[in-house]
Write a protein that binds this ligand. Structure first.
Ligand code: ATP
Length: 345
């Protein structure tokens, strides 16, 4: 199929009695930044390894650019994998590290250097070619690993939690960079992560994995605002569900509703109900967490269950926040933020 980088059909993998991948169907377009998101053990890495060719499927097929590669060895596939523990050769310079695979493939030296320098420029390390890996920061080393993967111009780059070893600040910085680099080079990226924020920040589309299956494929906004299953609603974003009696009392329908915490306002219990088309629920603040720019309220509802509300700290200080613990409040949000989770009653 034209424009299709990867196509997985009825892909399965069992290890002994463990069904690691239980029938995955997926199409990833050319040039997409595609993330596979899910908890530990949900099968994402195994799917990635089957795309790379490190693992043979128990059944099903892997197509790359329209050709069936299921039986091909890794080196016969036009893909490159970047792992979390990107081992750079310590005795080589950055440039030699990046050019190494070209050397193995007997590319002449001037061409090798040219391509290595281009790859280093694309990860914004043009001036670091003569350094050794030990003279770089963690984020810079990660970018060298990326340059090394980009140098052969693979059609598809597979990334298995490549930012996992970085601290939070660097990680957030690299998320923005990685997305920019991908946009520039136009290579299809398939990115494995268990970090929902990372997936939401960088991806064109996301597949949410659970127990060897894909629960939903969609854009970050679709996944976040229109979760297709209770699992997705719980795993992506803060799990904020109204069920049973609480759903009946607050929404007027006995089903499962997902409400995003940032849509909920925290008011004094006595606040008047003067906003039309709003849902309201009273409760007691069980916990308050001061986050600097915002405050998270965990509220036990009188109707049953617990909701989390996230408020920007416009006027509030950390001292004010502590005083909320144990107090009575009214939660209020517009009815359009009541999202009925499909597949529930
Ligand atoms: P993580 O984020 O922890 O890497 P994951 O979603 O990538 O998790 P997989 O690594 O794909 O999950 O593992 C899926 C299941 O398959 C797990 O139950 C795992 O224990 C099992 N598994 C993976 N590789 C093997 C193997 N080589 N032998 C036996 N079981 C395996």
């Amino acid at each position: 199929m034209e424009g299709m980088a990867i196509r997985l059909q009825n892909l399965r993998k069992t290890f002994g009695r463990t069904e690691a991948v239980a029938g995955v169907e997926l199409e990833i377009a050319d040039g997409e930044f595609f993330s596979m998101l899910g908890p530990s053990g949900s099968g994402k890495t195994t799917v990635l390894r089957m795309i790379a060719g490190f693992e043979a499927p128990t059944s099903g097929t892997v197509e790359l650019a329209g050709s069936d590669v299921t039986r091909l060895a890794p080196f016969e596939r036009d893909v490159h994998t970047v792992f979390q523990d990107y081992a750079l050769f310590p005795h080589m310079t950055v440039e030699q590290n990046v050019a190494y695979s070209l050397k193995v493939r007997k590319v002449p030296k001037p061409e090798r250097l040219k391509q290595a320098r281009e790859a280093l420029a694309s990860v914004r390390l043009a001036d670091f070619g003569t350094r050794r890996p030990s003279q770089l920061s963690g984020g810079q080393r990660q970018r060298v690993a990326l340059a090394r993967a980009l140098v052969g111009r693979p059609k598809v780059l597979l990334l298995d939690e490549p930012l996992g070893a970085l601290d939070l600040k660097l990680r957030e910085q690299m998320q923005v960079e990685l997305k920019a680099i991908q946009r520039e080079v136009g290579i299809t990226f398939v990115f494995v992560t268990h970090d929902q924020e990372e997936a939401l920040t960088m991806s064109d589309r996301i597949a949410v994995f659970n127990q060897g299956r894909i629960e939903q494929v969609g854009t970050p906004a679709q996944i976040y605002e229109r979760p297709a299953t209770p699992f997705v609603a719980g795993f992506v974003g803060t799990s904020n569900l109204l069920t049973d009696d609480a759903a009946e009392q607050v929404v007027g329908d006995r089903a499962t509703y997902s409400i995003r915490p940032e849509k909920i306002r925290v008011l004094k219990e006595s606040a008047l109900a003067d906003e039309p088309r709003h849902s309201r629920a009273t409760g007691t603040v069980a916990e308050v967490v001061y986050l600097g720019d915002a405050t998270r309220f965990l509220v036990d509802l009188d109707a049953g269950g617990r909701l989390t509300a996230l408020q920007q700290n416009l006027e509030t200080s950390s001292e004010d926040v502590a005083a909320f613990r144990g107090s009575r409040v009214t939660l209020e949000w517009h009815q359009r933020h009541n999202f009925r989770v499909p597949g529930t009653r």
